[in-house]
Design a protein around this ligand. Structure first.
Ligand SMILES: C[S@@+](CC[C@H](N)C(=O)[O-])C[C@H]1O[C@@H](n2cnc3c(N)ncnc32)[C@H](O)[C@@H]1O
Length: 377
């Protein structure tokens, strides 16, 4: 995939996609979202909170999702473009006929948008051959983000066509990661006169081969809290899956170092098999784990223009001097001399699995007596 990534860079495809998304977001926010003083108040009263406590808040308060989108969406979209291109270039993420992608803690889905755009670039690059399929899904607890996605994707489809962005228009499958079920049990009901019968249906199996924890595991405690779900996620991942954990660099933050160490304990060299499969996961050694967003390159310059446009637009509804800290925050980033570099880290685990020999005669006695092995895939 090295040649493909080179083709993207030589033809500025990543920048083209970045520009289209940024222009569209600017249009959507100014013409459909920020339409009165109340919305401006919702955004400005949440900006500092979103910046300082983005991993603690619930994103259900009015305006919080918009504040997050304005501050983080475009910068993070670029993060994921860089991550996906890097993983493809290094052969960590291999070419697949179908990417069954799960984004955990998707928020406004910068990871899904970036992946969708890269797959669409690949299909353009490879136009004489069969298209690669991208099947995205997500886990997101905040209804505000789920609604945001619903409306923004609808807007994008009207503006750029229904094939432009392959991002779940109808809400993603999972709400709370704590309650995630990769084998979803459901029932059907039959009423006949006075008789009511309940049937257990065959479990709906949710399976993925590319899984991102995108700025979701932010403290060692979060990893502990979701320990069993993280293991389940790896256990039900398909053969040759990758699981990427993305967050701030562990070299600069003890909090994140703890996250990565804890995830390593869970997923590095872990046996994940059951009575049908031999499976394990391991950490991939990569030449680079840290990445950066540079406010002084052309991507950064466009982001500054976007902030400026939103600031000016908000100022048409109310006097922004009411929010001095927030206004200063925008003004300092918009300044031409602002050249901050944001860094982040990616750790990747691979999962391999293969069928055990001789399982096709049904379960052996050993499997029937050991309840921990009773998982079919
Ligand atoms: C820091 S944001 C990351 C958003 C996005 N992935 C990004 O990279 O910008 C964390 C997200 O996880 C979601 N979240 C928090 N707890 C959750 C849970 N138990 N289940 C699902 N989503 C959760 C939050 O609502 C929020 O959207």
């Amino acid at each position: 995939m090295k040649e493909f990534v080179k083709w993207i860079e030589d033809n500025n495809k990543d920048y083209e996609k970045y520009m289209q998304l940024t222009d569209s977001l600017d249009d959507f926010l100014r013409n459909y979202v920020i339409i009165d003083e109340d919305v401006v108040h919702g955004i400005f009263s949440n900006l500092i909170n979103v910046l300082a406590n983005c991993d603690e808040i619930s994103y259900e308060e009015q305006g919080m999702e918009y504040a997050y989108v304005i501050l983080h969406f475009i910068e993070r979209y670029r993060r994921f473009q860089k991550i996906i291109m890097f993983l493809l270039r290094e052969g960590v993420l291999r070419l697949k006929d179908v990417y069954r992608f799960l984004d955990i803690g998707t928020g406004p889905a910068p990871a899904i948008f970036a992946f969708s755009d890269i797959v669409s670039c690949f299909n353009e690059y490879n136009s004489t051959k069969e298209s690669v399929e991208f099947l995205p899904d997500y886990v997101e607890l905040s209804h505000s983000f789920r609604h945001w996605l619903h409306h923004f994707v609808e807007f994008l489809w009207v503006k750029h066509g229904p094939d432009s962005y392959n991002v779940p228009f109808h809400h993603g499958t999972f709400l709370d990661y704590e309650k995630i079920e990769f084998n979803e049990v459901s029932f059907s009901f039959h009423i006949n006169g006075q008789e009511f019968t309940q049937y257990r249906k065959s479990p709906l199996k949710h399976r993925y081969n590319t899984i991102f924890f995108s700025n979701f595991l932010t403290t060692g405690d979060t990893v502990d809290r979701f320990e069993s779900q993280i293991i389940e996620t790896a256990k039900w991942a398909l053969n040759d899956s990758i699981i990427a954990v993305i967050g701030a660099p562990g070299s600069k933050s003890n909090k994140y170092k703890e996250v990565y160490d804890r995830v390593d304990e869970l997923l590095n060299n872990r046996r994940l098999g059951n009575y049908k499969f031999i499976a394990h996961s391991y950490k991939v050694t990569m030449p680079q784990e840290e990445f950066y967003f540079d406010y002084s390159d052309k991507f950064g310059v466009r982001l500054k223009e976007f902030y400026k446009s939103i600031l000016i637009h908000c100022g048409t509804f109310t006097d922004l001097d009411k929010y001095p800290k927030e206004k200063n925050l925008f003004n300092s980033v918009i300044d031409e001399s602002y050249a901050k570099v944001n860094t982040w880290q990616v750790n990747v685990y691979k999962k391999h699995s293969r069928l055990r020999r001789g399982i096709h005669g049904g379960r052996t006695q050993r499997h029937i007596t050991d309840s921990s092995q009773h998982q079919s895939t």
